[in-house]
Design a protein around this ligand. Structure first.
Ligand code: MN
Length: 133
């Protein structure tokens, strides 16, 4: 058994996030596990850039009020207890609502070493017009 002490939170890189975003690594499975779980904390209006995950991603909101959108879909509000699944290759973004902090767990599987594609593909930032839609 490993008891893993709390590490310092990591600032979300500015090419992947806009606004103040910090995350904590909750689980990073050792091979053969490919488990990945991060707790991601967004300040109001902070959000990811557009992106998609090769193995899909499950989000579970633990705190605050958030927004999520798939490419071509409506901006959807998400609240504590809500779980959102984005299938492999589906472009989307997620973040905090304008006047609320939001924390979610992000859960996905890393790719095996013989899969020669990125785990997450990142695109452009979510514009204010898209965010406010
Ligand atoms: Mn995502």
């Amino acid at each position: 058994m490993n008891i893993i002490p709390k590490h310092p939170s990591i600032k979300g890189p500015t090419d992947m996030f806009s606004g103040d975003v910090y995350f904590d690594v909750i689980a990073k499975g050792e091979s053969p596990s490919r488990l990945r779980v991060n707790s991601v904390h967004f300040a109001p209006c902070a959000r990811t850039a557009w992106h998609c995950h090769a193995s899909g991603q499950t989000l579970h909101v633990t705190e605050g009020v958030g927004l999520v959108q798939s490419r071509g879909g409506d901006v959807i509000e998400m609240r504590p207890g809500d779980t959102i699944y984005t299938p492999p290759g589906e472009w989307h973004w997620h973040g905090a609502a304008p006047n609320h902090f939001m924390t979610h767990l992000a859960m996905w599987e890393n790719l095996s070493e013989d899969q020669d594609v990125p785990e997450t593909t990142w695109g452009e930032q979510v514009s204010d017009v898209e965010y406010r839609a």
